[in-house]
Design a protein around this ligand. Structure first.
Ligand code: SF4
Length: 306
């Protein structure tokens, strides 16, 4: 029996589901029960009432979020080393320091933070809903972390004053996209549409025909009449884009744009995770309680907007 068969068998035996982030390896996406962005996956986990185990093929903060939103399920991260470097850039102490400096200013945290940081924010957001969440706040100045590029994008879109915490937070993978590469590709493919993730630099966003999260890119590509797209986000998304749009062409805006942390998950590690029920992700209850509130506030805003 090969690895895939063994994974399928174990999933059935253990009432487990496999959720894979858009940046996972193609062979993982192909056997996952659901592929999506971090919040789509956590919500999927919540709706799977029968599941007892969730194998979350992604990075640390995403598995933490799933564990917080699904306290009665066992959440497994196949590779303990799959840690997002951007999430490590903002600590609880750093947030406390900024809250002391700006005691009346709300703190909005991108879900790409650890639970220990989220516990100190007023509300969470994703790259798909950051603009909506900030617009809904009754405040003209907002502390926002940890990605300073996303903070800048939200400031441009909302006209509010967004103070990035820390001032320099970034995603190393999205920083690899450079305007000169995108310019060159646009010249080679004048009929292509350039889609850029908001974690990219302002120079990249200025060149874009469309700026959006991974889920927004999937929707845009599906609905667009264009046949060709240049894509500035982690290379894993291209597998999903190609599968969902067989007649369309997708070109990665920089060939080396691979998140090494996301790619630590392999079929073998997923098999071992299921077999040995490792690595269990849990969050201390006091941290989980505060973080859950911040996530629920985000859901309230987006559900209100429909
Ligand atoms: S792509 Fe960037 S934000 Fe996403 S997990 Fe990798 S380093 Fe973190």
């Amino acid at each position: 029996m090969d690895l895939v068969d063994n994974i399928v068998k174990l999933k059935k035996e253990k009432k487990a589901i496999l959720l894979a982030h858009n940046y996972q390896r193609p062979e993982i996406q192909d056997i996952a029960d659901y592929v999506g962005d971090s919040i789509e996956l956590s919500r999927k986990a919540m709706s799977e009432k029968e599941a007892e185990i969730i194998v979350f093929s992604a990075v640390d903060f995403m598995a933490e979020t799933a564990a917080i939103l699904n306290p009665h399920k066992k959440v497994l991260l196949p590779s303990l080393g799959a840690r997002c470097p951007m999430a490590q850039m903002l600590t609880a102490d750093e947030i406390k320091k900024w809250k002391t400096l700006y005691p009346l200013v709300p703190v909005v945290l991108y879900v790409n933070t650890l639970a220990s940081a989220k516990a100190y924010c007023d509300i969470c957001c994703t790259s798909a809903n950051a603009v909506e969440i900030i617009e809904a706040l009754d405040a003209e100045t907002v502390l926002f972390g940890p990605d300073h590029n996303l903070a800048e994008y939200v400031q441009e879109k909302t006209g509010k004053t967004i103070l990035p915490i820390p001032e320099w937070g970034f995603c190393p993978t999205h920083l690899l996209f450079q305007p000169e590469d995108a310019d060159m590709l646009k010249m080679q493919h004048p009929d292509a549409v350039l889609m850029v993730h908001p974690e990219c630099t302002a120079e990249m966003r200025r060149l874009a025909d469309f700026v959006g999260s991974t889920s927004q890119m999937c929707r845009f590509a599906r609905e667009s009449s264009s046949e060709k797209f240049i894509v500035a986000t982690e290379e894993g998304l291209l597998h999903r884009l190609r599968k969902e749009n067989p007649g369309k062409q997708f070109i990665l805006a920089y060939e080396e744009a691979v998140c090494p942390n996301m790619k630590l998950n392999t079929l073998e590690r997923i098999y071992l995770a299921l077999k040995e029920e490792k690595y269990v992700i849990s969050v201390p209850e006091d941290v989980a309680r505060h973080t859950r509130k911040a996530l629920e506030k985000m859901f309230e805003v987006i559900n209100r907007k429909g």
